[in-house]
Write a protein that binds this ligand. Structure first.
Ligand code: PGA
Length: 253
């Protein structure tokens, strides 16, 4: 069985002190030889704290992630952070197309695809988020929506598509305490896997994470599904004991 990837998405939370406390508690709770944590772990932190968290994680195997990246390489784009800048801070992952950015910043499928392209060009792995709203699910459009979102990224990235991570995050499950059932999630993950398989012979190695109110109680069952390769964890990643129990559920024995 392949190693799961458990990524925390801090969103716009944290402070110098809170970050230091959280990372310290997490590292203290992980096995000393973190390869025996049995899964890969990443923390996707606000851009302004990348340097701080990079230093805090230096002697650990926990990877650093950003929550967004510019669709441009360099230049007059006030407020943006380029993939090369992320790379300067040893950032391994960048979330792109999170539903909060699609919703509040009007990010389109094409824009998200460009962000994934920029990340890959700088050696940063994009975590491409896809997911349907409640209205879309109720209208029977779940499959069409996630396929459209992923298709844009496949189209723009060609054979590099095997280098991405995908996160299926049903919008109605994010921060709501409502989780997709393991069966509902697996069904969508299988659709995404098949779509990747049509685009690359290496679809099996693409990690497809589930995100949306993942917690210590539901993680094990979700992660037991054949096409669920890890989790993108929001709220529960802000509390060390909660994130540690989710990580424990991801351990490959
Ligand atoms: P949640 O967020 O775990 O708080 O639902 C997940 C996410 O938005 O990545």
């Amino acid at each position: 069985m392949k190693k799961k990837l458990m990524a925390g998405n801090w969103k716009m939370n944290g402070s110098l002190q809170a970050n230091a406390d959280l990372v310290k508690a997490l590292l203290a709770g992980l096995p000393a030889d973190s390869s025996s944590a049995g899964c890969s772990i990443a923390l996707c932190v606000p851009a302004v704290y990348l340097a701080q968290v990079s230093a805090l994680l230096e002697s650990s195997d926990v990877d650093l992630g950003a929550q967004d990246v510019s669709q441009h390489a360099v230049g007059a784009f006030t407020g943006e952070t380029s993939a090369a800048m992320l790379k300067d801070f040893s950032v391994r992952y960048a979330i792109v197309g999170h539903s909060e950015r699609r919703q509040y910043h009007h990010e389109t499928d094409a824009l998200v695809a460009q962000k994934a392209l920029q990340a890959l060009a700088s050696g940063v792995t994009p975590i491409v988020c896809v997911g349907e709203t409640l209205d879309e699910r109720e209208a029977g459009q779940t499959e069409a929506v996630v396929k459209r979102q992923l298709a844009a990224v496949i189209h723009a990235n060609g054979h590099c598509i095997s280098e991405i991570v995908v996160a299926y995050e049903p919008v109605w499950a994010i921060g709501t305490g409502k989780t997709a059932s393991p069966e509902q999630a697996q069904q969508v993950h299988a659709v995404l896997r098949a779509q990747l398989a049509a685009a690359t012979p290496h679809a099996a190695r693409v990690a497809i994470l589930y995100g949306g109110s993942m917690n210590a109680a539901n993680a094990k069952q979700l992660l037991a599904q054949p096409d669920i390769d890890g989790g993108l964890v929001g709220g529960a990643s802000l509390k060390a004991p909660d994130f540690l129990s989710i990580i424990a559920a991801a351990r490959v024995e």
